[in-house]
Design a protein around this ligand. Structure first.
Ligand code: CTP
Length: 414
């Protein structure tokens, strides 16, 4: 008997150099215990042999509707799937999918599938930006498919630009999200500018050392990834991150200290429809940053004098009040709380919500292995309407999608 958690996943592979990365996508899902069937195009088999896909999935591989005709594979595979991932989705494959062609097993299966379909494009920048591809992507999104924005970086030759396949781990994360919640990635944020801060700040003591925190940036990056898949233009001002993996199709602006973060957020805030402060910002910084490495000396440790950093979130809310950024800008904060003798996590969260003045506040319990660096997150979502929605323990990607669901109705669209 198959476990209810074991899902049927189709991985379609197009004929591009990134086809080898499909192997890691297949592995992601088989390692989680899912039943994975691979459907390459004929062109994909020029890059990776059928034997590789068969060994990784444990199932025979075919490219044509004329194999296993007695099993009506071209209809059955699509009908029985819980998730369809196409990686890499080449320009030709997107075109055939958009026009409803069924000239091989992959496109025929796309027509019979009723599950979420996630396309991860990979092609040269010119092909991605060509109006034909733009129209095909628009058409697929209008019909409910999810088309990830490609990553920017090194392409096949010496050139680089938009068109790299998003990292397999990232495709896997969005796939997992769709298995948890098939409706989690509507294309509802098209053209919305979202500015996110993520990760931890580092306050330099000297050229070698800093005061920092345990933030991994995973929640902020998960928000960026989900927002980009939902159509938003996303910029992430990122402090230190660990193992978070840059989201594809998102502008990443690296910063180190709270003051740098403040400057960058303030500079960009005017262009933003939504600002999400997911970064773990140091409240204090050393008054003096030594030019040279601080030596141990003979007298033991010298005290470090600290001064207060700007409260960026509260400052952005005040700037909105003064008309320096758009009055309609939606501002979302996070509250990292451990609870103490003065109150529990939620009580502290409520007080912080009142203090900061933002529109939504995500309250996270932190400490003792919770939230920092983990793949899962939990808490409450507080709104100015007075609602307090419990967020059950779930993946950071699903939590991100719930936060986006909550802010989407607050947007003032033209
Ligand atoms: N934040 C900020 N600037 C700071 C400190 C925090 O913008 N100097 C933002 C965080 O990004 C987060 C929210 O404020 O969205 C709450 O951060 P948190 O660290 O939980 O709270 P603090 O404001 O630092 O308050 P406290 O240390 O008293 O818990």
């Amino acid at each position: 008997m198959t476990s209810p958690a074991r899902k049927r996943i189709l991985v379609g592979v197009g004929g591009g150099i990134a086809a080898y990365k499909a192997c890691a996508v297949i592995r992601h899902f088989t390692e989680a215990g899912h039943d994975v069937h691979v459907i390459p195009t004929d062109a994909a088999l020029n890059f990776v042999g059928a034997a590789t896909f068969e060994a990784l999935s444990g199932h025979p591989v075919s490219t044509t509707v004329f194999d296993r005709v007695d099993e009506v594979a071209h209809v059955r595979l699509g009908q029985e799937a819980d998730l369809f991932v196409v990686a890499p989705a080449t320009a030709d494959l997107l075109s055939r999918a958009a026009t409803g062609r069924a000239d091989d097993l992959l496109t025929a299966s796309l027509l019979t599938a009723r599950c979420p379909v996630l396309f991860a494009p990979a092609m040269h920048t010119e092909m991605w930006e060509h109006p034909a591809t733009v129209d095909n992507v628009t058409m697929l999104r209008r019909r409910g498919s999810i088309v990830m924005p490609p990553a920017t970086g090194r392409l096949t030759g010496r050139d680089s630009g938009a068109g790299r396949l998003p990292e397999p781990a990232e495709i896997g994360m969005l796939g997992d999200l769709l298995l948890d919640e098939p409706e989690a990635l509507p294309f509802d944020l098209d053209g919305v500018h979202i500015l996110i801060s993520a990760g931890g700040t580092r306050e330099a003591l000297d050229p070698v050392r800093y005061l920092g925190n345990h933030s991994s940036g995973k929640q902020g990056f998960a928000l960026a990834r989900a927002a980009a898949a939902r159509g938003a233009d996303v910029a992430v001002v990122a402090g230190s991150t660990s193992g978070a993996g840059d989201p594809a199709g998102v502008e990443i602006v690296p910063i180190a200290s709270a003051v740098e973060l403040s400057d960058e957020m303030t500079k960009r805030a005017r262009e933003a429809d939504v600002i999400i402060m997911a970064a773990a910002v140091a409240d204090f910084r050393p008054v003096v940053v030594a030019d040279a490495k601080i030596k141990k000396g003979a007298t033991g440790p010298a005290p470090i004098e600290l001064e207060t950093n700007p409260d960026i979130l509260a400052g952005l809310v005040q700037a909105r009040g003064r008309g320096e950024i758009g009055a309609d800008t939606v501002i979302v904060g996070f509250a990292a709380e451990t609870g103490d003798e003065n109150g529990g996590v939620l009580e502290h969260g409520r007080a912080k919500f009142a203090r900061k003045g933002c529109d939504l506040l995500v309250v996270n319990p932190v400490g003792s292995g919770k939230a920092f660096g983990t793949e899962d997150n939990t808490g409450w979502l507080l709104s100015t309407a007075g609602t307090e929605t419990a967020l059950p323990l779930t993946s950071k990607t699903l939590l991100a999608s719930r936060i986006l669901d909550a802010l989407s109705p607050l947007l003032h669209r033209d």
